[in-house]
Design a protein around this ligand. Structure first.
Ligand SMILES: NC(=O)c1ccc[n+]([C@@H]2O[C@H](COP(=O)([O-])OP(=O)(O)OC[C@H]3O[C@@H](n4cnc5c(N)ncnc54)[C@H](O)[C@@H]3O)[C@@H](O)[C@H]2O)c1
Length: 307
């Protein structure tokens, strides 16, 4: 018997590679699609690889052909980058969702897992935020994620989408050297090299960090859940929050170095406090993050030491 094909868009990116590995272990046949605008061309073992831009009708149709399910991770995945180029952010993040909804609906694909983001909450709700907390996107990136969620809700019941609102994901494979690199790989790399780290604002802003293998397992849980979602959002996070100051101190402790810190002004688009209520993920998808921050950072430092 043929294995069912799952399309993974943005498969060559940081999360995509871990998602491919997790889905491959679950017995899915993998169709990995990426336009390589940010993803790496390193091999993706066991996957059929297609180079395509899923923000175009032709790209989305090619990607969906023969697939039973979709995991849509492709996006212009950075808040500061989206402030610099809002048009491209909208195309790669919202337009790609629209094109995939069309192509997937035309082919009778049911389950559609979408990588949304905690950024849709902005600073509106009091943490820990629940899925029905107020929404106030502060950047074109967050706006495009929220618009995508709305399109996916409107595509129900033909399409049964779930919008995973990922909080900050970190772990092996996340590059520290990209122009808009995320905080944890930058902190780890610079502290390992005894270089100064930059903290934007006073460092008392909080984040809810999720280890990347947990994030990948949440995708398999969403894909295989025996219930309908009809476009509903689900927070995916650890449920714990940490200040950026504490995070830097922890990385220093694990790396055996004393961090040298420089403060700069707050960054436009950044939220102040971020922490998820993760009750829905547990009750709807039986998903709970398993890797504590200290252990995840230890693994990240080990990976970065060899790269
Ligand atoms: N990393 C996080 O902390 C985090 C947090 C919340 C949500 N997310 C979301 O999870 C998803 C994966 O994040 P990531 O960190 O792996 O990002 P990433 O930038 O590493 O991966 C995104 C991938 O999408 C590809 N891509 C972009 N536009 C495309 C297009 N039009 N057609 C085909 N491919 C395209 C890029 O080349 C890249 O490989 C994104 O949707 C992101 O917004 C990530």
């Amino acid at each position: 018997m043929h294995k069912p094909i799952v399309l993974i868009t943005g498969a060559a990116g940081f999360l995509g590679r871990h998602v491919c590995a997790a889905l491959g272990r679950r017995g899915w046949a993998l169709r990995a699609v990426d336009n390589f605008s940010a993803g790496s061309r390193e091999p993706l073992p066991g996957a059929e690889i297609i180079e395509a831009d899923v923000s175009t009708a032709a790209g989305a149709e090619l990607a969906c052909r023969g697939a039973s399910a979709v995991v849509h991770l492709a996006a212009f995945s950075s808040v500061p980058r989206s402030l610099a180029d809002p048009d491209q952010a909208r195309r790669d993040t919202e337009q790609s969702t629209l094109e995939l909804i069309r192509a997937a609906s035309a082919r009778g694909i049911g389950r559609f897992v979408f990588a949304s983001s905690s950024s849709v909450y902005g600073d509106a709700g009091m943490p820990p935020v629940q899925e029905d907390s107020p929404l106030a996107p502060k950047s074109p990136y967050a706006q495009a994620k929220l618009a995508s969620e709305v399109h996916l809700r409107q595509a129900a019941p033909a399409l049964d989408a779930v919008c995973l609102r990922f909080f900050n994901i970190y772990g092996p494979g996340q590059r520290p050297d990209a122009t808009y690199a995320a905080a944890i790989p930058q902190f780890c790399r610079r502290i390992l090299r005894d270089e100064e780290v930059t903290i934007y604002g006073d460092g008392e802003q909080t984040r809810d960090f999720l280890y990347v293998e947990d994030a990948a397992l949440s995708v398999t849980a969403a894909l295989e859940a025996g219930r309908r979602f009809d476009g509903a959002p689900v927070n995916v996070a650890s449920g714990e929050c940490v200040t950026i100051n504490r995070l830097v101190a922890l990385v220093g402790e694990l790396a055996g170095r004393r961090p040298r810190v420089r403060h700069e002004g707050e960054r436009r688009g950044d939220v102040r406090l971020s922490q998820a209520d993760v009750t829905r993920a547990k009750s709807w998808m039986d998903f709970q993050a398993a890797v504590p921050l200290r252990e995840g950072l230890r693994r990240t430092l080990a990976w970065l030491s060899g790269h």
